[in-house]
Design a protein around this ligand. Structure first.
Ligand SMILES: NC(=O)c1ccc[n+]([C@@H]2O[C@H](COP(=O)([O-])OP(=O)(O)OC[C@H]3O[C@@H](n4cnc5c(N)ncnc54)[C@H](O)[C@@H]3O)[C@@H](O)[C@H]2O)c1
Length: 266
């Protein structure tokens, strides 16, 4: 097998939560281009339909859009069941859906905001990986990829996202625990992105948002603090996604893969 063959995921089935947009959409695209059939689960029905149409038009993959809220136990169970029933299995699961919340120091965060953010980023990742992990454990193989963050390692005082930082620290540790419990048949790793141009945080990271002077200053500050001097595009996460989903990463489990333009290097 050549090294490029090790990256193929032909015949595999992947499930991507938060797959309607941003990083999840890029993961789904990477899986479809690599040869897998892909279920994309999201709360955004119209985004799901658009992404499914685009991936069907641009790849040969079978694409299954599933409207699901990862914070709801019944939805998490249903999205995994539908993937297995309608696409014929589950080889790879990306627990990726997430929200950021913004604007408050921890001392000003309400309990409801804390619960909302941790509901998606923590409970949602738990439910998704529990359901996918059970199927994979029973079938004796599988790969799980959690989207954590560079903020799983460092704090970010500039934009008031304490609950997010805490949730991403938890996602990193859950990845390690799952890896330890599900080895050797199922491998579990985390991708830890830096700032990526997506619509997370009510669009704060988009180029459109930077048209407002306050946000432009924030973007300048972020770019200035990043050794590579810019935000990432979602497509720049496709390579690590395919690596972790495929045989190319066969000796990796319980690891965190930071893709942050150098942010945590300094
Ligand atoms: N953009 C960044 O700078 C960045 C950096 C590090 C980590 N991340 C992480 O990447 C992941 C993807 O975020 P993104 O930046 O692509 O943002 P995004 O807003 O473009 O995508 C997130 C997707 O998750 C979906 N979603 C939200 N709540 C959901 C729920 N309860 N159930 C199902 N789907 C839900 C949204 O509808 C959306 O399609 C998140 O976990 C985020 O924390 C993002």
């Amino acid at each position: 097998m050549t090294v490029l063959d090790q990256f193929r995921v032909d015949g595999d089935v992947a499930l991507v939560t938060g797959g309607a947009s941003g990083i999840g959409e890029a993961y789904a695209e990477a899986m479809a281009e690599g040869g897998a059939d892909v279920a994309i689960a999201d709360i955004d029905a119209s985004g799901l339909a658009d992404t499914a149409d685009r991936l069907r038009a641009e790849t040969d993959a079978e694409i299954l859009p599933i409207e699901a809220d990862v914070t709801e136990e019944a939805d998490a169970e249903r999205m995994v069941e539908r993937t297995v029933d309608e696409l014929g299995g589950l080889d790879v699961c990306f627990a990726n859906a997430g929200i950021s919340g913004l604007g408050n120091k921890i001392t000003n965060v309400s309990l409801s905001d804390w619960r909302e953010i941790n509901g998606v980023n923590h409970d949602g990742v738990f439910l998704t990986t529990r359901e996918a992990g059970s199927v994979m454990e029973e079938q004796g193989h599988g790969r799980i990829v959690v989207t954590a963050s560079m903020l799983s390692f460092v704090a970010e005082p500039a934009i008031g996202i304490g609950p997010y930082v805490a949730s991403k620290g938890g996602a990193k540790q859950l990845t390690k625990q799952l890896a330890a419990e599900l080895a050797p048949d199922v491998r579990v790793n985390a991708v830890c992105p830096g700032y990526v141009r997506t619509s997370i945080g009510h669009g704060l990271l988009t180029e459109t948002a930077a048209e407002s002077p306050a946000v432009e200053d924030l973007h300048d500050e972020i770019e200035g603090r990043t050794p590579l001097g810019r935000f990432a595009e979602p497509s720049e996460l496709k390579g690590i996604a395919l690596y972790l989903a495929s045989e190319a990463s066969s000796y990796c489990t319980g690891s965190t893969f930071v893709v942050d333009g150098g942010w945590t290097a300094i």
